[in-house]
Design a protein around this ligand. Structure first.
Ligand SMILES: [Zn+2]
Length: 106
């Protein structure tokens, strides 16, 4: 998608700190962090809706990256929150997972 900000980040057209990357998944800090740790975990392919994910393997790849980020940031034992955005009501129409860490509540 030409105008999607996350696709532009995937294509490296917008410079962003890349926290983690593999063939399918990209992780970078949220531009407007709402917690001391606030990462976005996204699929590299443009998928707008959760319900449009055809390969369930993609969820595993995304969740594996989330787990890795939880461990890397020392967030285990109830020190994080995960939300999945991808239904059309979110700011960016590209399926993404927020990982918030080190906060009492959000
Ligand atoms: Zn996109």
């Amino acid at each position: 998608m030409d105008n999607c900000i996350f696709c532009k980040i995937v294509r490296k057209e917008i410079p962003t700190e890349i926290v983690f990357e593999n063939d399918d998944v990209l992780v970078f800090p949220d531009l407007h962090p709402r917690a001391p740790v606030h990462l976005l975990i996204i699929p590299k392919i443009h998928i707008e809706e959760f319900a449009k994910v055809e390969e369930s393997e993609l969820f595993k790849k995304l969740f594996d990256a989330v787990s890795l980020m939880i461990k890397k940031n020392d967030l285990e034992n109830n020190r994080y929150k995960i939300t999945i955005n991808g239904g059309g009501l979110q700011e960016v129409d590209h399926l993404h997972i927020h990982l918030y860490g080190k906060v009492a509540s959000l």
